[in-house]
Write a protein that binds this ligand. Structure first.
Ligand code: AHM
Ligand code: MG
Length: 327
């Protein structure tokens, strides 16, 4: 068990990061700065997400956003926001993003590699449903100042030094772990600050909610079909937002399981190991939950390519165990 931090509810994210840093002395403040950079970029993205419905209207009057970019699709814009904030911060040497084919070189002296899905669930943007940002942070393996190597960007999830997500929901939250439990911060827009609202989050070991896209049920493997039937026999509740961060966050708080299995359309599953599954798997485990690909621990998978997909079972520990027992 890891040591956890006692923090008063209501402390700001900055203050929390600072005392965390003092207590665990992680990496001479650079990881702290990196987390602050992510938080800052998320505030900018949050502002844009909140105006999403106005983009076409503003576009129609030929407006540009503050930085002078032409109006762009929100997921592309979010990628620009995070990339810029992390490039400026200087702690990151390489950034792997769902929005780019290959990794981006940032500051070659930086000690960290970051993998990010800047705006996940983007099909939900246009219909005003919750979306999220997912991020993973790794320590680079090659020496600072040398060219980025495969071993820097294809690390196992177990090597993450921090990971988390931002949920742009009915309120905006940032939830993250540095390997000492999970803490959640709620954004107060008029003050422009995240405040600790969910200290030491624990995922219930059991739950009664299952989240899976049953529209694809005909092509689920037999064990998945059987588990879904089991959920129905237990009279569990079905909840599927189709926005991974939102589905995950609900299950974090209430207990539940999220499954994206192999389907005919996506024979290896749809979700991406490096910038979707690993981060949530790390958060889940740190909160007492569990994440597998149906049989194997997600965090133990050695990635072979940047955009590798995997089946994903994540949530309350006993539910994930049960789902695996049908295999
Ligand atoms: P995206 O990265 O293209 O946004 O896709 C990821 C999203 C997840 O947020 C969500 O859980 C899943 O795709 C939903 O997929 P489906 O509509 O096939 O159920
Ligand atoms: Mg995504």
């Amino acid at each position: 068990e890891t040591s956890r931090i006692a923090q008063p509810i209501g402390s700001t994210l900055d203050r929390f990061i600072k005392s965390n840093q003092d207590q665990f002395a992680y990496a001479s403040g650079e990881l702290s700065q990196l987390l602050r950079d992510i938080a800052l970029a998320s505030k900018v993205v949050n502002r844009e997400v909140n105006k999403a419905g106005l983009i076409d209207i503003m576009g129609a009057v030929g407006s540009q956003n503050m930085a002078g970019d032409d109006q762009q699709k929100l997921d592309v814009l979010a990628n620009i926001r995070f990339t810029r904030a992390l490039a400026k911060g200087g702690e990151v040497c390489a950034l792997v993003s769902e929005e780019a084919d290959t990794f981006a070189d940032l500051n070659n002296e930086g000690k960290y590699v970051i993998a990010i899905d800047p705006l996940d669930g983007s099909s939900n943007i246009d219909v005003n449903v919750s979306i999220g940002t997912i991020f993973s942070i790794y320590r680079r393996k090659s020496p600072a100042g040398t060219p980025i190597q495969q071993e820097d960007i294809l690390q196992r999830g177990a090597d993450q030094v921090a990971a988390g997500y931002v949920l742009y929901g009915s309120s905006t939250m940032m939830v993250y772990t540095t390997g000492h439990g999970v803490n959640g911060f709620t954004y107060e827009p008029t003050l422009g600050e995240y405040f600790l609202s969910h200290p030491d989050m624990r995922m219930p070991a059991d739950g009664k909610v299952y989240s899976i896209n049953e529209g694809s049920a005909n092509s689920f493997a037999q064990p998945v079909k059987e588990y879904v039937q089991y959920c129905k026999d237990q009279k569990y509740t079905a909840r599927y937002i189709g926005s991974l961060v939102a589905d995950f966050h609900r299950n974090m708080l209430k207990g539940g399981i999220y499954i994206y299995p192999a389907t005919a359309k996506d024979p290896n599953g749809k979700l991406r190991l490096i910038y979707e599954c690993n981060a949530l798997a790390f958060v889940a485990e740190q909160a007492g939950g569990k994440a597998t690909n149906g049989s194997m621990r997600i965090l133990d998978i050695v990635p072979e390519s940047l955009h590798q997909r995997t089946a994903f079972y994540v949530g309350s520990k006993n539910m994930v165990d049960k789902s695996g027992s049908f295999a």
